[in-house]
Design a binder for this molecule. Structure first.
Ligand code: AMP
Ligand code: MN
Ligand code: MN
Length: 330
């Protein structure tokens, strides 16, 4: 990780946090551990300093079950309970205001009311939609950027805050497979604050309902390998239909891409997840040379070089055709 602060300085961002009595912290829709962990770590620290804090996200209505162990202070509120404007709005792990879903309107509303919007993120595609930006596109996780801010604020890392940060870093680095030596040292610091790595791993990916196995069985059986796709580097894909999702949580649906992406014959993996009949959220992963953030951008989405996504409407074949075309662009 290399920290550069081309936008708002760390000092100015910390000053903004110091001066605020009421703050709303938002993660992206369908929050992952990096988005919600970063939001809760920042929210907990501000609550400890005496601020009124609400943490939320546009969808779903409740905190995903596997992430509930992060909200020890009970900071999360449903999107409907978020005030329409805030003195300070912080977004975590959101590359654009659209990633806030139904809460996207809070950004212009807060700015129009004279409040500040601090964007804390690590996406190269960040559109810089706030009034203040703490963005490090080289950081492996937003949680690492959030930690820099907490250190600047002088916050002592207690176990609940360290747990939130550890969860974000662990998941965004693929359980430290894509982590630099510096990130391993930061993880050691978080473990030193009392984080139980086994418990975090179990909550996030090691405690799945039995129905997960039959869902995987159907979905993986339909996986197809297209060796000629992605400029001859190979594409592997499958779809998780609404009918496959009975008895499993979104967490299990999200787990599929991590299995599919391990296919050695394919540079690119795609998993189509049916969010509503004919409406798909597509996860893209790349092994080496392909920039799937660029591929996703061509299809209206975004993300990182090796992990990106987009949404699409149509049949599986129609969505795959659009993907094949986007992958074929040199
Ligand atoms: P996912 O496949 O959902 O785990 O997402 C992988 C990455 O792609 C995340 O870091 C997101 O930032 C990004 N991403 C996923 N879906 C979208 C989307 N519809 N629009 C923009 N970025 C997305
Ligand atoms: Mn995320
Ligand atoms: Mn992230």
């Amino acid at each position: 990780m290399s920290i550069t602060w081309p936008d708002t300085g760390l000092c100015d961002a910390a000053e903004l946090l110091r001066g605020t009595a009421e703050v709303t912290v938002l993660a992206h829709v369908q929050p992952d551990a990096d988005a919600l962990g970063s939001a809760l770590a920042l929210g907990s620290a501000l609550r400890r300093r005496g601020a009124v804090v609400r943490v939320s996200f546009g969808a779903p209505d409740t905190v995903p079950e596997s992430l509930r162990f992060l909200d020890t202070a009970g900071l999360c509120v449903p999107a409907t309970a978020v005030a329409p404007t805030a003195d300070l709005l912080i977004t975590a792990d959101c590359a654009s205001a659209e990633r806030l879903g139904v809460l996207a309107g809070l950004v212009p509303a807060t700015i129009a009311a004279g409040g500040s919007v601090l964007v804390v993120d690590h996406h190269v595609s960040n559109t810089r939609f706030g009034t203040h930006h703490l963005i490090d596109e080289h950081a492996e996780a937003t949680a690492l950027v959030a930690l820099r801010l907490l250190d600047e604020l002088g916050v002592a890392l207690d176990e609940p805050i360290a747990r939130c940060l550890y969860a974000g870093i662990a998941t965004d680095t693929g359980w430290f497979r894509r982590a630099s030596p510096e990130v391993h040292l930061i993880a050691a610091r978080l473990l030193g604050a009392g984080v139980d790595a086994v418990a975090v791993g179990r909550a996030l990916s090691g405690a799945r309902p039995f129905a997960w196995l039959s869902m995987l069985s159907s979905v993986l059986d339909r996986a197809r390998l297209e060796p000629a796709a992605a400029g001859g580097l190979g594409l592997v894909h499958t779809a998780v239909r609404l009918s496959d999702m009975v008895g499993v949580r979104m967490e299990e649906v999200e787990s599929v891409v991590d299995i599919v992406r391990a296919t050695a014959e394919a540079e690119v993996a795609a998993v189509l997840k049916e969010m509503a009949p004919g409406r798909w959220s597509v996860s893209l992963r790349a092994t080496s040379v392909t920039d799937v953030a660029e591929v996703a951008r061509r299809l209206g989405g975004g993300g990182h070089r090796q992990a990106a996504g987009f949404t699409a409407v149509g049949s599986v074949e129609e969505v795959l055709d659009r993907l094949r075309t986007a992958l074929a662009v040199p």
